[in-house]
Design a protein around this ligand. Sequence first.
Ligand code: XBP
Ligand code: MG
Length: 258
Amino acid sequence: MSKNNKLQAVLFDVDGTLADTEQDGHRLAFNAAFKEFNLAWDWDIQLYGELLQVTGGKERILHYLQKYAPQECNKADLHDWIAALHKCKTKHLEKLLGQGKIPLRPGVARLIDELRREKIRLAIATTTTPQNVTALLTSTLGKSAIDWFEVIGAGDIVPNKKPAPDIYQWVLNQLNLKAQQCIAIEDSEHGLQSALAADLPTIITINGYTQRQDFTGALAVLSDLGEPGKPFARISGNTADKTYVDLQLLNNMNENAI
Ligand code: XBP
Ligand code: MG
């Protein structure tokens, strides 16, 4: 392996990976926006799990309309209306995240701290809206946390959302790194497909919505990143004798992936 391929950056997904934001974050914010728009829609936990197959909030609303309320699709200003509804949803989510009600997942703050100390570059690659990334990072890690991430790829910055590789390719371009010099951390099948299509070695930390998905191609599938004294459960992959994800494990995984 050439020295050039040594791990240089870690690319984090946001929703489901940094924090469990979907069920009690995004879902509640969508429902609050529906109320504000006088819509008698309520996305329960199970339905929202199905709707997560469509990435991107605006795309998810359009999909829901087409499937469950096709008569609404005849509006002349459909896309503007969806954009306004989604803006309202983002306002509700920012408020919710700002209240600090959604914590980071186990090991996330610890790993970010170690990576910063060891001068590994940090980036974000997410489907969600940039305001949500800012609200989550600042409410959990403090105001300056947004500056710890050298590149933040979010939302509509690329034409095609995950599972397309666009967002990861955009982030790699901004970092000016090769995929083999990085590791992506994801939680979902769509996220994994996106990262793999950009040639990124990827590890998965599952959650309630994604635990039964297909993670073929991932370096490892884990319950979470783990903490000293609170080991992760290993679903697949070689994690040697490690019980939590740290830079040493990421380096080993990255080397073996090349
Ligand atoms: C998760 C998503 C997003 C959010 C909604 O993104 O699929 O669509 O559910 O976000 P990721 P917006 O796992 O890539 O972070 O409503 O802001 O689009
Ligand atoms: Mg995710």
